[in-house]
Write a protein that binds this ligand. Sequence first.
Ligand code: PGA
Length: 269
Amino acid sequence: MEVIITATPETGARTAARIVEKLVRARPRAVLGLATGSTPLGLYGELIRRHREEGLDFSRVTTFNLDEYIGLGADHPASYHYFMHEHLFGAINVSPERIHIPDGKTADIPAACEAYEAAIREAGGIDLQVLGIGHDGHIGFNEPGSSLASRTRLKTLTQKTIEANQRFFTSADEVPRHVITMGVGTILEARVCLLLAFGESKADAVAAMVEGPLSASCPATALQWHPRTTVIVDEAAAARLRRSDYYRYVHANKPAWQQDATFSFGGHE
Ligand code: PGA
């Protein structure tokens, strides 16, 4: 795992945007895995700015979102369809037919989950998956106890996640109890994972993910098994990392060729 510690969430968002931009410029038909929540908002703002001011072109990019609430349609303001339109898709030139988000209104959940996995495969796999992390170590909506080999499926939210996400609803009672989420195994197949975490409230989860034992009790630890994961954290989220001095040293002393390395993993072109 590469750990990049930035002074502020804004610097972290710009660092993440540079990585996404490098991929999209090197591979205009890139397949991006996207996340919702408060964490990626700075990244999405930066991508929109780069699209408007610097011509970053998303017209041939394909996207797959991690998850969606069961029962919420695209017109519900707390749905992830709505979120993505509001915070990214409505402001860049991605083609609507290349956007994929699990369907929270589907009548056949297992079939929709299988079709989602098939669509990812048909697109050639995900080049870069953007991730946040829950306070309990979830990625996507893979709550503690999720199989580390899990695929896209229905999950039941924990009380902690319902409470954390009630801010997007008028009350906790309104938060759906069930979701469709890509599995941990699905996420691990992305060629690159880019996990962002900002703020003191994420410090324990970040320490467990990066330095704790690999365990389904903290699904984000599965990323220790992933060959190309970059974790971008601000100082507050990095506060409980025991090896933070080493991560800073590694980042400050990267060989020039490695800093400029473009995305050279095979796959589709
Ligand atoms: P947040 O959520 O970005 O709103 O903190 C992250 C998550 O629950 O995965």
